[in-house]
Write a protein that binds this ligand. Structure first.
Ligand code: C5P
Length: 225
């Protein structure tokens, strides 16, 4: 590996996105939001009427997409067919479509090199489901963030309300549990902590608490002073 990689995997609402952003800023590393890749493909499939069960058609769609992700910018501007889709990516139906397209091994394989190509000096912090287990098995530091389903649903609910969406908390919890089961039980690259990952339960922790733990781990790995 040319530059150090820190992977932060975990379920939806565990705080991995926030932790990845803060960690990347702390280390001065690039950032890879791998979930955005699956969401973009899910959104493109919904937009173009591609069957979410049809792995072959999804791979063709992935190959034809203009996948230029400004990962390491703080305001993510992602265009699909000339339309800014950054706002739509966080919608529930897109999250659900992302988790359906992510089930197919061929689709995961098709998106692998795109993720690996993001490793650049001085280093990369990536968040996702299988970054420590499959995409970057030799990562310098692997973290697995978890939290109870109730806490994760509350976080997702607040995030969606704050972004102006009208949602029911009970529907969020139900969607999150369905997505969890799909992510944890799929045959290829299921959501699971790598053997050498540090597991952090964020249920009772603020983002600053989690970052303090990550900071100690980064120091222990020689990633910072
Ligand atoms: O992390 P985020 O909620 O944006 O991911 C959306 C969906 O994409 C997840 O539910 C999961 O099914 C899929 N995903 C994945 N592998 C990744 C990142 C996301 O399967 N590395």
């Amino acid at each position: 590996m040319t530059a150090p990689v820190v992977t932060i995997d975990g379920p939806s609402g565990s705080g991995k996105g926030t932790t990845a952003r803060l960690t990347a800023a702390m280390l001065g590393f690039h950032l890879l939001d791998s979930g955005a890749i699956y969401r973009i493909l899910g959104l493109a499939a919904l937009d173009r009427g591609v069957d979410l069960q049809d792995a072959h058609a999804l791979c063709a769609l992935a190959a034809g997409l203009e996948l230029a992700f400004p990962y390491d910018q703080h305001t993510t501007q992602i265009e699909l067919d000339g339309r800014n889709i950054a706002g739509s990516l966080r919608n529930q139906d897109v999250a659900d479509a992302a988790s359906q397209v992510a089930v197919h091994p061929e689709v995961r394989e098709a998106l692998m090199s795109l993720q690996r190509s993001q490793v650049k000096a001085p280093g990369l912090v990536g968040d996702g489901r299988d970054l420590g287990t499959v995409v970057f098995p030799d990562a310098t530091l692997k973290i697995f963030l978890d939290a109870s389903a109730a806490v994760r649903a509350d976080r997702r609910y607040l995030e969606l309300i704050e972004s102006g969406q009208t949602v029911e908390r009970s529907a969020i919890l139900r969607d999150l549990e369905i997505r969890d089961i799909r992510d944890r039980t799929r045959t290829v690259a299921p959501l699971v902590a790598a053997d050498d990952a540090y597991v952090i339960d964020s249920s009772e922790k603020t983002p600053a608490d989690v970052l303090a733990v990550v900071r100690d781990l980064c120091r222990a790995k020689g990633l910072m002073q």
